[in-house]
Design a protein around this ligand. Structure first.
Ligand code: NAD
Length: 273
């Protein structure tokens, strides 16, 4: 989608971190925004700031884990702007704990946001985008944990983020198969300073262990969220599928994992800080 000016971008998890940075980059490129996040997030404050800089913004309180709320987000986008051109399924949380010690409630919480939130976003927006026939683009936020298992005690996140990669690849192929002019990107951030740990600990089910470590591999220079926002904008404009924030640092780990699969039989594990 080379020409994004005047087009409509929907972003979930838009009130903080990477989602907010995507909104800022899109606004800078002249796009209209639909910012979606939870009720007790700084959604209105951030939207007001972007509006005062001249961007047209619709806010919509949305819990991505709830299918009805994602349908309502799509309906509100249609009513206000006639539909979405770019949809960023970005909202996410993390948890901490061994697989068998993690409660089913906590498993559901992470998977329903990090994986089903993306499924809901695709199901809610694709049919109208295909029907309108305009150029469009999806950006699904995965992680370095979508490309390899990172650390231990991180299984719900690893499972969800690897699911997002598989879902995004499947979506790319299926949209091509039906001839829809809609691109797909999967964003795999490494170390990005945001409020992910704090928000996850604030929102987690009661009784769940707090997140202490980051779900990222060691030895990576953090990339500011603003740069991730620009990477995403360029990914949309250049129709690029894989959006890696730290490709040089990932490369030896991805190669080691693949060597394990096809040559050595070793089970690779990314380091967590
Ligand atoms: N920060 C990193 O280093 C990093 C690395 C890899 C992947 N990611 C991914 O990037 C995405 C954005 O995270 P971030 O780092 O900007 O964190 P963040 O906590 O700063 O932002 C996430 C936003 O999602 C919102 N959110 C949480 N649950 C929600 C729900 N059920 N419905 C709607 N919104 C919800 C939060 O309110 C928050 O505003 C996540 O999917 C995360 O897994 C982050």
């Amino acid at each position: 989608m080379k020409d994004v000016k005047g087009k409509v971008a929907v972003v979930t998890g838009a009130a903080s971190g990477i989602g907010l940075a995507m909104c800022e980059s899109f606004a800078g490129a002249g796009m209209k925004l639909v910012m979606a996040d939870l009720k007790d997030s700084p959604l209105e404050k951030e939207a007001a700031r972007l509006r005062s800089a001249g961007t047209e913004v619709l806010t919509h309180v949305t819990d991505v884990s709830k299918w009805e709320q994602m349908q309502a987000l799509a309906a509100a986008t249609k009513a206000k702007f006639g539909g979405a051109n770019v949809v960023c399924n970005n909202a996410g949380v993390r948890s901490m704990g061994l697989i068998w010690e993690t409660s089913i409630e906590q498993w559901n919480w992470v998977v329903n946001i990090d994986l089903f939130g993306v499924i809901h976003g695709i199901k809610a927006f694709v049919p109208d985008m295909i029907a309108r026939g305009e150029p469009g683009h999806f950006v699904n936020t995965s992680s370095v944990a979508g490309l390899m298992v990172v650390g231990t005690g991180n299984a719900p996140y690893n499972v969800s983020k690897q699911g997002v990669v598989a879902l995004s690849e499947s979506l790319w192929h299926e949209l091509k198969e039906v001839g829809a002019p809609i691109g797909v990107s999967v964003l795999c951030p490494g170390v990005i300073p945001t409020n992910l740990r704090e928000n996850s600990n604030r929102l987690k089910p009661s009784g769940a262990a707090p997140v202490q470590s980051r779900a990222v591999t060691a030895d990576m220079k953090p990339m500011p969220a603003s740069e991730v926002g620009q990477l995403v904008l360029q990914g949309v404009q250049n129709d690029r599928f894989w959006l890696l924030t730290h490709p040089k640092e990932y490369r030896p780990m991805i190669e080691a994992r693949c060597r394990g699969i096809v040559e050595t039989g070793e089970v690779f594990r990314g380091k967590a800080t």
